[in-house]
Design a protein around this ligand. Structure first.
Ligand code: ASP
Length: 293
């Protein structure tokens, strides 16, 4: 049985096969690939896109979905999350999709469940399905030619699980990843080039991935206001000029903090394409983990 805890759980070949399936699913309204299967969604942190996309993906494949309201679950009665998950597992679901703030929780579960665990976001560490849909969006844009492409990830790198997964996944496909952030949001990972300002590398990059400031994960406010932060880190028309750059963001976007209103309607911005791809890529992942094993 295979789980998806980090993107390293899939080989490059497996990822390319997932993308082949995702291309087919993009044009398919519905199928019966997972007919008779039951997928449980357990989201212990807020989510709109990931939860919605997982639910839609499972339903498009013909599965039934149970999205448990963790706000009224037994964790509120003192049960540990571990026990909640093992009890859900005892009911016999075909997969459990989990988002939780604990970076290592998903990993600890795999010896105690009888179905695939799909990581839908683990603290500030990993968000594998987001990184896979980001990669898919880049692959489709460049017709598979990702070798040597330069990607700048800008914003709150330190606490972003999206950066955490992408910095490991994109280099496997030949991409050169660097970070742009103020000191308080810089990565602690010495392996990557880091810049203070996007203007230092804007002429070299092919892809800019903007990230939200994860204020909920910081104990202090480093800026007098988000407006102050935005002066240097918001992607505007001025930042891009007329350069041919792909603009990505995992959402939710803080308008005029992460990306300006103007750039949100610019054709170089592929955010809604990422969202659409997110359903197809998750369909392909569910097919692989639930049906194809
Ligand atoms: N939606 C992404 C996540 O769950 C990014 C964000 O929240 O800023 O990590």
């Amino acid at each position: 049985m295979q789980h998806l805890i980090t993107t390293a759980d899939f080989t490059k070949e497996e990822i390319l096969n997932i993308f082949d399936d995702a291309r087919i699913f993009l044009d398919m309204e519905s199928s019966e690939v997972l007919k008779g299967k039951i997928i449980v969604n357990l989201f212990f942190e807020n989510s709109t896109r990931t939860r919605g996309a997982f639910e839609m993906a499972a339903k498009r494949l013909g599965a039934q979905v149970i999205s448990l309201d963790v706000g009224t679950s037994s964790t509120k009665k003192g049960e540990t999350i571990f026990d909640t998950v093992t009890n859900i597992n005892a009911m016999g679901p075909d997969a459990i999709v989990i988002r939780h703030s604990d970076c290592n929780f998903h990993k600890t579960l795999i010896d105690y469940v009888d179905c695939p665990i799909l990581n839908a976001g683990a603290g500030k560490n990993a968000h594998p399905t987001q990184a896979l849909l980001d990669l898919f969006t880049i692959v489709e844009h460049y017709n598979g030619d990702t070798e040597g492409k330069k990607v700048a990830i800008i914003g709150d790198i330190r606490t972003s699980r999206v950066a955490g997964s992408n910095k490991k996944l994109l280099p496997r496909f030949g991409m050169d990843v660097s970070f742009v952030a103020p000191d308080c949001f810089k990565s602690e990972d010495p392996e990557f080039k880091q810049y203070d300002n996007i203007s230092e590398i804007i002429d070299e990059v092919d892809v800019v991935m903007s990230l939200r400031t994860q204020l909920e994960r910081h104990n202090e406010m480093y800026f007098s206001s988000l407006h102050e932060y935005a002066k240097d880190y918001c992607i505007t028309k001025d930042t891009f000029g007329d350069r041919d750059i792909l603009l990505l963001h995992p959402g939710p976007v803080n308008r005029n903090v992460d990306i300006s209103d103007e750039m949100l309607v610019d054709p170089r911005n592929k955010i809604l394409e990422q969202v659409r791809n997110g359903v197809a890529v998750r369909m392909a992942i569910l097919k692989k983990l639930v049906k194809d094993q």
